[in-house]
Write a protein that binds this ligand. Structure first.
Ligand SMILES: Cc1cc2nc3c(=O)[nH]c(=O)nc-3n(C[C@H](O)[C@H](O)[C@H](O)COP(=O)(O)OP(=O)(O)OC[C@H]3O[C@@H](n4cnc5c(N)ncnc54)[C@H](O)[C@@H]3O)c2cc1C
Length: 421
C-alpha cells in the first residue's frame, strides 16, 4: 500500500502530467506530488491553439486544465518555468531548476510530450518563421494571421498534417493568402492514405488554399530579418511574408535517453518504450502521453499516439499504475479536428499499407459521412465527418474484429450497432 511518506514526481505539465496529478489525488494518494514543467503557464490543452483560440473565438482562460488555485488546494507542488535536466535512476533523484534543486522520488512519471520538428534549411532563423506548440506561439501566430489578413499577406505552410491544415483554415478565415507545401501527394497522407486525403485537398482548395505537393522547402529567403519568399526543391519560388514550419513533432526523449531507459527507434515512431501498464524499462519510472510508445494488443504493434485523448486517458492510467493498480492501457486511438465548417473524429489505426479497402457510408460530396478503413473484412479505423455520436459503435466495430458486410456498412440505413457481433 502506498504510504503518506512517499514522493511521486511528474516531469512535464501538459495534459498527461496534469491529469496524472489529479488522478493521484482522486485515487487517495496522500504523499507528496511534485509537478515540474519548463513552461511558465499553468498546464493547458493544446487543441484550441490551432482552432478556437487561434481564431479569437475562445478566451485564453478556457485552455487551462485546472484553475491556478486547484494545485495548492490539492497539495500539488507545482514548479513552473523549471526544467528537469537530470534523472538518476540509481539514486532515484531528479535535478531541476536554475538553483539545481534535487528531489528524491519513489515513483517518477515522464510526461515530457513532444516538440515541433525543425526545418533544416537556410532562413529558418528569420523573425517571420513560426512553429506552433505552445500558448505563446499561438498568441504570436494570432497576431501574424490578423496582420496577413489585413494586408493581403502570404503565409507558406510547410507540412499538410493536422496542424498545417488547421492553421491553413484559420489563416484563410483571417483573409491571408495561403500556400501549403507537402512532399506527399495528398494532405495527411501518412495517417489517412490518399483516398480520404483527397477530400482535404478539395476542402481547402475550395476556400482558396494553394497546394504544392511532391515538393519540399529548400530555403526561406529574407532581407533585414523579414521573410520575402520560400523556395522548393523543384525550383519554384513562393511569395511569403511568414512561414509556418509544421513538419510534425518529435517526442522529447532526451532525459529518458540520458537516464538509460529503453527507447524506440525513430524509424518505428520513436518515444520511450513502455509496457501495457505504462512502465518504462525502470520499474519505478513511467511514461504517458505523446512521449510514450506502448504495445497495443489490438493492433499488435507498438504505437506512439500524439493526440489529446491519449494524454487525457494515459496520464490517469499511468497514475494508477504508479499506485500499483493492475491495468492494461489499450484505448482505441482517437483524435478530432475542426477545419472551416468540417468537424471530424477518427478512431483506430490504419496507415497506408495496413488496409485493403476504404468504405464510405454517407455523402462524401456533402462532407457528411463515415469512412472505414478495412483489412480482410475487419474494420481497422473509422472517421466520422460532420456525423456525430457514432464514436462508440465505431470503436466497438474496431474492437470486435468482426467480419463486416461492407455493403451493409456503406448503407446509412443499417444501424452501425447491428454490425457489431
Ligand atoms: C497546436 C496543436 C493542436 C492540437 N490539436 C489536436 C486536436 O485537435 N486533436 C487531438 O487529438 N490532438 C491535438 N493535438 C495534440 C495534443 O495536444 C497532444 O497530444 C497533447 O498535448 C499531448 O500532451 P502531453 O501531456 O503528452 O504533452 P505536452 O502537451 O507536450 O506537455 C509536455 C510538457 O512537458 C514539458 N517538458 C518537456 N520536457 C521537460 C523537462 N525536461 N522539464 C520540464 N518540463 C518539460 C513541455 O514543455 C510541455 O509543457 C494538438 C497539438 C498541438 C500542438
Amino acid at each position: 500500500m502506498v504510504d503518506a511518506d512517499q514522493t511521486f514526481v511528474i516531469v512535464g505539465g501538459g495534459l498527461a502530467g496534469a491529469k496524472a496529478a489529479e488522478t493521484l489525488r482522486t485515487e487517495g494518494f496522500t504523499g507528496r506530488v511534485i509537478l515540474i514543467c519548463d513552461e511558465r503557464d499553468h498546464p493547458y490543452e493544446r487543441p484550441p491553439l490551432s482552432k478556437g483560440y487561434l481564431l479569437g473565438k475562445e478566451e485564453r482562460n478556457s485552455v487551462f486544465v485546472h484553475e491556478p488555485a486547484w494545485y495548492a488546494r490539492n497539495d500539488i507542488e507545482l514548479h513552473l518555468g523549471q526544467t528537469v535536466d537530470v534523472i538518476d535512476p540509481a539514486a532515484k533523484t531528479v535535478h531541476f531548476g536554475d538553483d539545481g534543486t534535487l528531489v528524491r522520488y519513489d515513483k517518477l512519471l515522464l510526461a515530457t510530450g513532444a516538440e515541433p520538428r525543425r526545418l533544416d534549411i537556410p532562413g529558418t532563423g528569420l523573425a517571420g518563421v513560426h512553429h506552433l506548440r505552445r500558448l505563446a506561439h499561438a498568441e504570436r501566430l494570432k497576431g501574424v494571421l490578423a496582420a496577413l489578413g489585413r494586408d493581403n499577406g502570404h503565409l507558406v505552410i510547410a507540412g499538410a498534417g493536422w496542424i498545417g491544415l488547421e492553421v491553413a483554415a484559420a489563416a484563410r478565415e483571417y483573409g491571408a493568402e495561403v500556400t501549403v507545401v507537402e512532399p506527399e501527394p495528398t494532405p495527411l497522407h501518412a495517417v489517412l492514405g490518399p483516398e480520404i486525403g483527397q477530400m482535404f485537398t478539395e476542402l481547402h482548395a475550395e476556400r482558396g488554399v494553394r497546394f504544392h505537393f511532391g515538393a519540399r522547402l529548400t530555403e526561406i529567403i529574407g532581407q533585414d530579418g523579414m521573410v520575402l519568399a520560400a523556395h522548393t526543391d523543384d525550383g519554384e519560388e513562393h511569395p511569403a511574408h511568414d512561414v509556418l514550419a509544421a513538419p510534425g513533432a518529435a517526442p522529447r526523449t532526451g532525459l529518458a535517453e540520458a537516464a538509460g531507459l529503453t527507447l524506440v527507434d525513430r524509424a518505428r515512431g520513436g518515444g520511450i518504450a513502455v509496457d501495457e501498464r505504462l512502465r518504462t524499462s525502470d520499474p519505478d519510472i513511467f511514461a504517458a502521453g505523446d512521449v510514450a510508445a506502448f504495445h497495443h494488443a489490438l493492433f499488435d504493434t507498438r504505437l506512439r499516439v500524439e493526440h489529446w485523448a491519449n494524454a487525457l486517458n494515459g496520464g490517469p492510467a499511468a497514475a494508477r499504475s504508479m499506485l500499483g493498480r493492475e491495468l492494461t492501457y489499450d484505448r482505441v486511438p482517437y483524435f478530432f479536428s475542426d477545419q472551416y465548417d468540417v468537424g471530424l473524429e477518427y478512431s483506430g489505426w490504419a496507415p497506408p499499407g495496413s488496409y485493403d479497402q476504404v468504405v464510405i457510408r454517407g455523402d462524401a460530396g456533402k462532407r457528411q459521412f463515415i469512412a472505414f478503413w478495412i483489412k480482410e473484412g475487419q474494420v481497422l479505423a473509422g472517421m466520422n465527418v460532420n456525423v456525430w455520436d457514432v464514436t462508440e459503435p465505431i470503436q466497438q466495430l474496431i474492437r470486435s474484429r468482426a467480419q463486416v458486410d461492407t455493403e451493409a456498412l456503406a448503407d446509412p440505413h443499417v444501424p452501425l450497432d447491428s454490425l457489431v457481433s
